[in-house]
Structure formats: structure tokens, C-alpha cells
Ligand binder design. Structure first.
Ligand SMILES: *[C@@H]1O[C@H](CO)[C@@H](O)[C@H](O)[C@H]1NC(C)=O
Ligand SMILES: *[C@@H]1O[C@H](CO)[C@@H](O)[C@H](O)[C@H]1NC(C)=O
Length: 368
């Protein structure tokens, strides 16, 4: 049983000791599509993602393009980063799939480090991923695995690393904590090998960085909120990858922050240990804003993504779990093409109602 109030006081208490900045950027939704400029740059990606951040999101990432935007889903108007995770589906008893509503995201920025340890900004062009899309097992001693979590909103109980056992009346909050040690050289390496969790401690702690990744970067933590699948319908929670365990949740990040802002925030120390209250941190107060309706009109995959029942997940991903290993169709040929989006949709198709602009989760535990 978790008492959020007492957890919150632990956070406050430890912040008195560390006096380090901590802030949360809130997001409305941008687009859901098979786009992934890190793993599948320039092409249609393997599964549908729920994407927030810069309005200039594109199948190819560049820092310059991310910054060259007239809007962002963030409530910080200079944050033109992109943040994405797999979309959530329901698989119905007859085998069809519909997409669960994606409600928005919170992206947490935490300084977790040793005493007086230097910390480094994400350089322009920096990108990283956390989580493993096809993992169906769990080893609590591996920080990268423990960093993937679910918070079942509306019921009390601890966070879980797989899909929660019970229905979450106030939403399923999927969470992932990114590595916060960097090799100090590369903006990206295959398999996100340029970043690492600490050599000791917890996935979200300030444990010593390994010698291979000696430079501390911000601890980035995602909360993406989805409507949960109702168990009485007989439907099963299914990630866009086909994963029915939940262990394969993952997150992707491309940097679009202006150079120098983090350093200004760090210089404020404890003053910027503000959580959601950005107005209390002077460098963030200048750039905070209301969440605006940032319309996506970039490239999108021209396909149905599950507002009405689909016979197969977009990308033809078969379902899998621990007992039923993933068996992709080796004869599948990708035929989907990009079109220019109108308001985050492939066009005014009959079966694709435009997603309502949603306010992101206000159901915040304050537990980070
Ligand atoms: C992505 O970039 C590559 C290399 O510059 C380019 O050939 C390709 O057309 C781009 N793809 C899209 C979808 O813009
Ligand atoms: C399958 O079940 C879903 C959910 O009940 C329903 O909407 C859909 O029409 C069904 N499809 C078929 C082909 O029976």
C-alpha cells in the first residue's frame, strides 16, 4: 500500500539535503502514428506510437528541425523536444483491436547525482531510448528493467513492472525512467549504448556513473496516460508492438531544448526544486505557458490506427506474451505510405474522428 502523501514528504525531505532542481513539463497530445525518427528514421516504423512535444516532429530527427517549430504540446514554450512511447490497444475476444485513448503526458526532469558531481546538458542532436519492446520476462536486479513501470490510477497499490492485475478506473499510467549517465561523446549509438543507468543504486537514484559512461545528465522520467481496457469486456491490454505482458513498454526522446537553459536552472539550486510549480523557478517562469492545442501537420502514415476495430495491429504485429513467443510474419511487406497530416490525422477519412484536445493528467502522485 502506498501513501502518496508520505512519499511526497520523503521527496521534499531529500530535496532539503540535495537542494537540486526538479521540474515537470506537462503535455497535451500531438499525434499517434507509426513514426519513430530514432529507430526507423525516414521510414514507416514497426508499431504505432503516442507522440508529444514539438509540432515540427518529422520521420527524420534533427535538432534544427525540432527547434524550427511554431508550437509544442509542452507547457514550456521553448521545449521543442519530442517524447514518444508505444500506443495502447485493446484486443477483443473476436481477435480485433481498437486503440485506447491517449490522454497526454508528464515528462519529469530530475537532477540525481553525487555531492558536487558535475552535470551536463543534452547536446544538440542528442537522442536516447529506454526499455526493450520485445521483453516478456522481468529481472528486478536489472535497473533497465525496473525502470519500466505502471501506476494503476484510481486504485491503491504499488506500481508494477508488468500490466497491473486490476482495472485502473482513472487510467493506466505507463512510466519509464531513462538512463542518466552518458559517454560524454556520442549523440546516439546503436541500442542507445551511449547512455547507461548508474553502476550502483536504483534506476532513479544518483548512484555512481560507470567508467564507460562517466558524465551525469538529467534524470528524465515519462508518465504517459491512457484509458484502461475494461476487463469485463473480455478484452486484453496490448501494446502496439503486440506485447500483452506490459514488460515491453519503452520510451524515446529527441532533444529540442535551447542550449544553456538547463545550466541557468541548475544554478538556482533548491529554488528550482519545484515539481509542477514551474512559476517558482525563475528561468522556467519566463518560458512557462498554458498547454496549447499544437496541431500536427507533418508527415503521417496513411492508415487506420484503430478508432474502429482492426483485424491486425498496424504493422501486422502478432500478439505475444511470456507463454506465446512473438512470431512475426516473415512474408509481411510494408506498403503503408506517408501523407501530410491534417490536424494530426491522415485526412478527413470516414472512420477517423479527430482526437479531442485533452488536458493531460492532473492525477499526479508527486512520487518522483
Ligand atoms: C529522411 O532523410 C533522408 C536522408 O536525408 C532522406 O533521403 C529521406 O527522404 C528523408 N525521409 C523523409 C520521410 O523525409
Ligand atoms: C469484434 O468485437 C468488437 C468489440 O466487441 C466489435 O466492435 C467488432 O464489430 C467485432 N468484429 C467482428 C468482425 O465480429
Amino acid at each position: 500500500m502506498i501513501n502518496w502523501n508520505s512519499l511526497w514528504s520523503i521527496v521534499v525531505l531529500s530535496s532539503i539535503v540535495c537542494a537540486d532542481p526538479f521540474w515537470v513539463v506537462r503535455h497535451g497530445t500531438l499525434v499517434e502514428s507509426r513514426l519513430d525518427p530514432i529507430i526507423a528514421p525516414g521510414v514507416v516504423s514497426g508499431h504505432t506510437h503516442a507522440i508529444v512535444g514539438t509540432g515540427s516532429f518529422d520521420p527524420n530527427y534533427s535538432y534544427e528541425n525540432s527547434r524550427n517549430s511554431d508550437c509544442t504540446t509542452a507547457n514550456v514554450d521553448v521545449d521543442f523536444s519530442s517524447y514518444w512511447v508505444p500506443a495502447l490497444y485493446a484486443q477483443w475476444p473476436n481477435g480485433t483491436f481498437t486503440k485506447q485513448k491517449f490522454r497526454g503526458a508528464n515528462t519529469y526532469y530530475q537532477v540525481r547525482r553525487g555531492t558536487n558531481e558535475p552535470i551536463y546538458e543534452f547536446p544538440p542532436g542528442f537522442r536516447m531510448v529506454a526499455g526493450d519492446p520485445y521483453r516478456t520476462t522481468f529481472d528486478a536486479s536489472v535497473l533497465a528493467q525496473d525502470a519500466v513501470r505502471y501506476n494503476c490510477l484510481g486504485v491503491t497499490g504499488p506500481e508494477t513492472n508488468k500490466f497491473p492485475a486490476q482495472y485502473c478506473p482513472d487510467g493506466l499510467r505507463a512510466e519509464v525512467y531513462f538512463p542518466h549517465c552518458w559517454d560524454g561523446v556520442n549523440n546516439w549509438l546503436d541500442g542507445s549504448a551511449h547512455v547507461s543507468y548508474g553502476a550502483e543504486g536504483t534506476f532513479d537514484g544518483g548512484g555512481r556513473c560507470p567508467d564507460t559512461h562517466p558524465k551525469r545528465i538529467m534524470g528524465l522520467f515519462y508518465e504517459f496516460l491512457f484509458d484502461d481496457v475494461k476487463p469485463e469486456t473480455g478484452a486484453k491490454r496490448t501494446l502496439a508492438t503486440g506485447d500483452q505482458t506490459g514488460y515491453g513498454f519503452h520510451g524515446d526522446f529527441t532533444n529540442g531544448w535551447p542550449t544553456g537553459l538547463f545550466s541557468k536552472i541548475w544554478a538556482e539550486g533548491e529554488t528550482c526544486n519545484v515539481g509542477f510549480s514551474l512559476e517558482n523557478c525563475p528561468p522556467l517562469k519566463e518560458v512557462m505557458t498554458d498547454i496549447s492545442d499544437c496541431k500536427y501537420d507533418g508527415l503521417i502514415v496513411d492508415e487506420e490506427i484503430g478508432y474502429t476495430p482492426l483485424d491486425a495491429l498496424p504493422g501486422n504485429n502478432p500478439v505475444f506474451d511470456a507463454e506465446n513467443p512473438r512470431q512475426p510474419d516473415l512474408n509481411y511487406v510494408e506498403k503503408a505510405q506517408f501523407v501530410r497530416a491534417v490536424n494530426g490525422m491522415p485526412g478527413p477519412g470516414p472512420e477517423t474522428p479527430p482526437p479531442a484536445m485533452v488536458s493531460p493528467t492532473q492525477v499526479d502522485s508527486g512520487d518522483r
